[in-house]
Design a protein around this ligand. Structure first.
Ligand code: SAH
Length: 273
């Protein structure tokens, strides 16, 4: 990447150092002691491990690499300052496995379990920008996300919209997202376990709908739940294969569709598991 040529690589980084110079060297970290106890249950150790990468007490290192990520997004053409500010707020490393945390601010999708992935930062930014259509920072009303996954994009959306509803069909991922999002305390974000192909009627209509999984067609429920003036952004299987980003605008009941760049998302599936 052009970026790694400009600066020496700084990875691997300790992403969660909290004011390292101010920490008394003599005090051993209590959590490591606990982890070394042989009788410690594996689940508890794994939970601690996850908490260590949680956004509580973010250190300077992750702030720095996140700022660089946002600089790259700007250089790639993301113009919406509201979206860029939101991307700066959310600690992406807290949403991936600790073993992958050093790659969290590279422009790449990463596995999150159950054959699903966290989307690339550039795609997250691009899709939210398309949905917002330059309405200005934090100006979106109610937004529906299909495919919570680990919850990263839902967190970003919660900084650009007044209210966010995010639906996930895989229960273990829905639970994981709930756990990972808890430290962020986004009170305007609601997670729903269900089939997102049905949208989420109780909170409809939505000013924006964004799908993180791609199907052959756009479910009718999404169009029905899109408010007048609302914008829907979703990957769709292209006629010649592959996927393309599709934008649908609801212009007072007339649905205007445009196609944008090629993308690569996990498949949209019906039902819940
Ligand atoms: N939004 C995530 C990306 C998640 S990957 C991010 O921040 O990176 C896409 C997710 O869509 C997967 O978790 C998958 O289980 C989910 N998905 C696929 N079909 C779905 C459906 N019909 N309803 C809800 N979620 C669905």
């Amino acid at each position: 990447m052009a970026d790694s040529r400009q600066r020496p690589r700084t990875f691997p980084l300790s992403l969660d150092k909290v004011a390292p110079k101010a920490t008394p060297a003599a005090a051993p970290p209590r959590r490591s002691d606990e982890l070394l106890r042989p009788q410690r249950p594996v689940e508890a150790a794994a939970r601690d491990q996850r908490q260590r990468s949680a956004p509580v007490g973010l250190g300077l290192d992750s702030d720095y690499v996140r700022r660089r990520m946002v600089d790259r997004l700007r250089a790639q053409g993301v113009r919406d300052e509201g979206v860029l500010a939101a991307m700066l707020q959310v600690p992406r490393h807290a949403f991936v496995d600790t073993a992958l945390a050093t790659q969290a601010y590279e422009d790449t999708s990463l596995p999150i379990g159950l054959q699903q992935t966290i989307s690339k930062p550039s795609v997250v930014a691009r899709m939210i920008e398309l949905m917002c259509a330059g309405r200005g920072p934090a100006s979106m009303g109610r937004v529906l996300e299909i495919g919570t996954g680990c919850g990263y994009q839902a967190a970003v959306l919660s900084f650009v919209a007044r209210q966010v509803v995010s639906v996930e069909r895989l229960k273990p991922l829905h639970d994981k997202a709930r756990e990972l999002l808890a430290p962020l305390r986004r009170h305007n974000l609601r997670l729903v376990y269900g089939d997102g192909m049905l949208g989420h009627a109780p909170n409809a209509p939505y000013d924006g709908i964004i799908a993180a999984a791609g199907g052959q067609y756009l479910p009718q429920a999404w169009l029905d739940q899109l408010a007048p003036g609302g914008r829907l952004v979703a990957p769709m299987v292209a006629p010649g294969g592959g996927q393309v980003l599709v934008l649908v605008e609801n212009r007072e009941g007339r649905y205007v569709r445009s196609e944008h760049e090629a993308v690569h998302f996990v498949p949209l599936k019906s039902g819940t598991t």
